[in-house]
Design a protein around this ligand. Structure first.
Ligand code: NAD
Length: 519
């Protein structure tokens, strides 16, 4: 079902946001409104010298920031949390303008940063405080683990969640005492700039976060060239290049990459719930979500029933260019991405797959709309079988038993997210434990695991290296210094003692230490 376009909302003033980017405003590139293709702002194009200057300014600001206590730094994020909730409508407007996603998804994206910030407001002091360790020789030695910020973190973020992903790592990096140079995707720089303007309003020192962007090949690699830590979210192809260069420079990197996420529906699942959740898990964010489901495996006995109910529901989805909550699905982000999604479906159909619903661009709704699409009969050799489509397209497959479901789900180079459905918690857990993936959501197909901010969120196999969220999502932006103190000199043989006698005594000591479980 397709809805009429409502009168457009008043356009926010985007000029102050564009002005937050480094570079000469006379050399700027256009950002467009996705629903119309019309330019909405001009953002300065940064060059290599601008990126170098951004790192210089960020580095200079970082020292004073790192000297402030964690509690003092957290005050800024407490105010930021309040500001994000207060300005939710403006945030959704800007996200929607430059991504074309449905309002519901823009709202949910906005919610991510307050959820994340709440978590670290509660836990950052505990995570960053020095940790005492038992010394190497009990009673005589002691050790203290200190955590230091790495320096300036380079954050490179994609267009699909331009507000949340730009800052979901930058916020813990800042809390840990670092500065940040952020390079958002050129299609969606304004959402990142809006988040930064709210941080400024909350009291973040002006130079601590620097924004750089271009619509060419310069700023991304330049950020990798200067950063003390590279935080990259994007495609596997770019991630490989970023990690290789960071490795050459011997700086740490964290990579959050793509997925080809499977959903497994057992015969005893509640199909009403599966169908409702699958609509969100497949078509939320127009399928442009690294965690969304692109493969649905359904047990033989209920395959046809699920297929018919799912297809009927997808056929009724409300797709529209609207700045209100009425549409269930919006547009794809760019014409190039629309072409990629359409090519995946055309390739599958040419090789014998069947389109059960959807399967067409919708230029009548806007330049980058594509129908929510369900495929059947997808086989090896079709692009949509293994490649990440990253659009509103899903393939249905039957399976005969749990072992086959696990084998099919794991048959991918990716391992980011999965969903398992059953009314038997033990059966679902047994499958979940065998999936080679960073997250599994039982009886939900939305990103429940990612939203659990105390737990690590990352990819297995080619879906990434390292994690965000949880204690590790903060600690990764620090390096440890272990300070060991000797209270009395006992190391090595005392003067005049033969080494053989010392060795014998050491062996005896190691033996009683194990028996007393001291080490
Ligand atoms: P992309 O790799 O093309 O671009 C990501 C970012 O990297 C952009 O800012 C881009 O300008 C920049 N970039 C491009 N070339 C670069 C280079 N040589 N050096 C440094 N930076 C460079 O990815 P995309 O197509 O924009 O994003 C979609 C992909 O991101 C999908 O694969 C999706 O699954 C993935 N993604 C993963 C997560 C996650 O958390 N795992 C989240 C969102 C998106």
């Amino acid at each position: 079902m397709h809805l009429p376009r409502p009168p457009s909302r008043p356009r926010p003033d985007l000029t102050p946001l564009a002005a937050l980017f480094r570079g000469d405003p006379r050399d700027a590139f256009d950002v467009v409104e996705v629903y119309t293709g019309a330019p909405i702002a001009q953002v300065p194009r940064a060059g290599a010298a601008d990126v170098a200057a951004a790192f210089g300014a960020a580095r200079a600001a970082q020292h004073a920031w790192a000297e402030r206590s964690v509690q003092d730094r957290l005050r800024v994020f407490r105010r930021f949390h309040r500001l994000v909730l207060k300005r939710h409508a403006l945030i959704s407007d800007v996200i929607q303008l430059e991504t074309g996603k449905a309002r519901r998804m823009a709202f949910e994206e906005m919610c991510d940063l307050p959820i994340l910030t709440s978590h670290y407001l509660r836990h950052a002091e505990r995570i960053l405080r020095p940790v005492r360790h038992a010394g190497a020789v009990p009673g005589v030695t002691a050790a203290l683990e200190l955590r230091h910020p790495v320096g300036v973190v380079g954050v490179i973020s994609p267009w699909n969640f331009p507000f949340a992903i730009a800052f979901c790592d930058a916020i813990p990096a800042l809390i840990a005492g670092n500065a940040v140079v952020l390079k958002p995707d050129p299609h969606t720089p304004l959402s990142a700039a809006l988040a930064l303007s709210l941080l400024h309003e909350a009291g973040l020192p002006r130079d601590l976060v620097q924004l750089v962007c271009d619509d060419g090949p310069v700023t991304g690699p330049a950020v990798v060239e200067h950063a003390d830590f590279v935080m990259f979210t994007g495609s596997l192809a770019t991630g490989r290049r970023v990690a290789a260069r960071a490795g050459e420079r011997m700086v740490p990197s964290c990579l959050e990459l793509g997925g080809k996420n499977p959903m497994i529906v057992l015969r005893d699942a509640d199909l009403d719930e599966v169908v409702a959740s699958a609509v969100l898990g497949v078509f939320g964010n127009t399928g442009q979500l690294c965690l969304h489901m692109e493969r649905i495996y359904v047990e033989d006995d209920v395959y046809e029933e699920f297929r018919d109910r799912f297809v009927e529901r997808v056929g009724r989805m409300r797709v529209a260019a609207r700045y209100d909550f009425e549409a269930e699905m919006g547009a794809l982000a760019t014409p190039e991405h629309l072409a990629r999604v359409a090519a995946h479906v055309e390739d599958a159909v040419a090789r014998g797959a069947r389109v059960l619903v959807g399967g067409r661009p919708r230029p009548d709704l806007g330049p980058t709309f594509y129908e929510p699409t369900v495929l059947e009969g997808v086989t090896e050799g079709m692009r949509v079988h293994r490649e990440e489509t990253f659009g509103p397209v899903v393939a249905l497959y039957p399976f005969s038993d749990a072992e086959e479901a696990v084998r099919l789900a794991n048959d991918s180079e990716y391992g980011l997210n999965a969903s398992v459905w059953s009314t038997d918690p033990d059966a679902a857990m047994a499958i979940a434990a065998q999936l080679e993936t960073g997250h599994v959501n039982i009886n939900d197909s939305a990103p429940l695991g990612y939203a659990t901010k105390s737990a690590p969120s990352g990819g297995a196999k080619s879906s990434g290296l390292g994690v965000r969220n949880g204690d590790q999502g903060l600690l990764k932006f620090t390096y440890p210094t272990t300070v060991a103190t000797l209270k009395k000199q006992v190391m090595g043989p005392p003067e005049g003692t033969p080494y053989a006698a010392y060795a014998k005594r050491t062996l005896a000591t190691l033996s009683w230490m194990r028996r007393l479980r001291l080490r």
